[in-house]
Write a protein that binds this ligand. Structure first.
Ligand SMILES: Cc1ncc(COP(=O)(O)O)c(C=O)c1O
Length: 416
């Protein structure tokens, strides 16, 4: 199976190889191994994250605020770093909300989305002053009850499930029947019945999908988002008399993981946003326009590192058995939404320039055939103690994996 050469080359360059070995923040992975105490670990490169956010902010129109979706990577030091570079956070649980608040970012710039929020979640958000993205009529009723009991006003934005979908997305989250948001056609009725005594309607959240590498598809969704938002804002002003000051247009910016995937053309999207801002000037005036991104900001800044602990030959196939795998990196094992498993870009992190190659299958220590790190991959010949490094691992890694499966030792994380 071929590795995705362009992504691999970028990754190798990003993690500035010192001679034969990868490094993160100028520390070689063998030193990070000693620093953290052992493999497996995730290491995140602070400067790569800063570069990514800075480049993005430079290319986007100044009217756009970028919020970081903490679910992509909730490692506390990374979230703290993000707080210095983005305007706000999107959280998906009370734990993420507490993390966000403690970074010192203004609570006004924190939103709490996701279906099935508990009373405890809702009360927490109301007390903190965080904006609840309400996902159903039932949730609005719960918010009203909680706000009344607390004698506080809840800030909400209505998450809308639009009729359109974000085409060619890794995960579609709008169009058709969805657990997310209130169907577009239901919103007028919901607006009429909003309990405004206890609820302050800030605006709308329209999140159509995630992991999209097709700029044209994102542009099309954004065009439809602005058109829909214009209708909704006009209607809500008419029905509730409330001035809307908040529009979250979602995100969906993807990163390339596999062979034949190309990086997203953000410049095209930025140009189109500029056009939309001009076209919808009266809508945008006085409105906070939010782009909500997770993996695009962090995925390429993280690597997962584990060590070869056994090497064996089985009927002609060479296996590298490592001390890490599916339980730390579910996405790389192919079990986090992929239909057909493909290899992430990978390297033997301490043998970058070794010329002798070998085709191997790389597996983890779990007693299940699902525990795959790489399938039929050509890499420099590796032995016990060598490092297997998985690139594009800064998002949906540690926190999206079943760490307790088979009660293996804990992994470590570090931001350098
Ligand atoms: C509401 C919401 N916001 C943000 C994200 C982050 O998506 P991504 O990390 O692909 O940018 C998701 C992903 O599922 C989401 O559901």
């Amino acid at each position: 199976m071929t590795q995705s050469a362009p992504i691999l080359q970028t990754s190798l360059k990003n993690f500035s190889p010192q001679a034969n070995e990868l490094s993160v923040g100028d520390i070689s992975i063998s030193k990070i191994d000693k620093l953290t105490g052992s493999t497996p670990f995730y290491a995140y490169d602070r400067q790569l994250i800063i570069n990514r956010v800075t480049q993005l902010l430079t290319s986007l129109p100044k009217q756009i605020s970028v919020h970081y979706a903490i679910k992509a990577n909730p490692y506390p030091s990374l979230v703290q770093l993000m707080a210095e570079h983005v305007s706000g956070f999107d959280v998906a649980s009370k734990k993420e909300m507490l993390l966000a608040i403690q970074t010192g970012i203004p609570v006004n710039n924190i939103s709490f989305a996701g279906p099935g929020k508990s009373v405890d979640d809702i009360e927490g958000a109301i007390i903190a002053g965080v904006t609840l993205h309400v996902e159903s009529v039932g949730e609005i009723a719960k918010v009203e009850v909680a706000a009344r009991a607390l004698n506080l006003k809840a800030n909400i934005a209505i998450r809308v499930n639009p009729k359109f979908e974000l085409k060619s997305s890794g995960m579609k989250m709008s169009g058709g029947a969805k657990p997310f948001g209130i169907d577009e056609e239901e919103v007028p009725r919901v607006l009429k019945n909003l309990p405004l005594e206890y609820i302050k309607l800030r605006g709308f959240h329209i999140f159509a999908g995630s992991q999209n590498l097709n700029a044209k598809a994102i542009i099309s969704a954004q065009q439809q988002t602005f058109a829909l938002a214009q209708q909704l804002v006009a209607l809500s002003t008419q029905v509730t008399g409330v001035k809307i000051d908040y529009l979250n247009i979602g995100g969906g910016f993807g990163v390339p993981y596999f062979a034949n995937e190309q990086p997203l053309d953000v410049a095209l999207i930025a140009d189109n946003l500029q056009t939309l801002i001009q076209q919808y000037a009266s809508l945008v005036d006085g409105l906070e326009l939010i782009l909500e991104l997770g993996r695009y900001l962090v995925a390429e800044a993280g690597i997962y590192v584990c060590k070869v602990v056994d090497k064996k030959l089985s009927r002609g196939t060479t296996y590298l058995v490592c001390d890490g795998g599916l339980h730390h990196h579910l996405a790389n094992s192919g079990n986090f939404g992929q239909v057909i498993r493909k290899n992430y870009p990978l390297a033997i992190g301490n043998k970058l320039n070794n010329k002798e190659l070998e085709q191997v299958n790389i597996v983890g220590p779990l007693c299940t055939p699902l525990d795959i790190l790489a399938d039929k991959i050509q890499l420099p010949k590796a032995n016990l103690g060598d490092y297997v490094v998985v690139f594009q691992s800064g998002a949906y890694g540690a926190s999206a994996s079943p760490k307790d499966f088979l009660s293996q030792p804990n992994l470590r994380e570090i931001l350098l």
